[in-house]
Ligand binder design. Structure first.
Ligand SMILES: [Zn+2]
Length: 109
């Protein structure tokens, strides 16, 4: 990301999603992890998150909690969400996609 002022797409409790006005990269900031994507990569990531069913994909962890493991662009780093965390994440992805479409639409001449 550059040092220019980013456009906020989603700003929620643990999730901030913004786009750099300069290089158009999208930053997904979840708690203290920051992943960055090109626009098409982000759209594909967000769409696949929205379509993912928690119960079908959840894994039982040793602390007796079901969690879903979500791959990132780096093969050794995964998100790991409980069910409520995952629904919040899905909601944020949905909102980010809508905001991104709006932003792209108003940018076009
Ligand atoms: Zn940038």
């Amino acid at each position: 990301m550059c040092k220019t002022q980013p456009v906020n797409l989603v700003e929620e409790h643990f999730i901030h999603i913004s786009m750099c006005k300069c290089c158009k990269r999208i930053g997904l900031h979840y708690t203290n992890l920051l992943c960055s994507f090109r626009i098409l990569e982000f759209k594909s990531f967000a769409s696949s998150i929205i379509k993912t069913n928690f119960n079908y994909n959840a894994v039982y962890f040793p602390d007796q909690t079901n969690r879903i493991i979500i791959s990132t662009c780096h093969q050794d780093i995964q998100f790991c969400f409980t069910e409520p965390e995952f629904y919040d994440f899905q909601h944020a992805m949905n909102e980010a996609l809508l905001m991104l479409e709006v932003h792209i639409a108003i940018q076009e001449p």
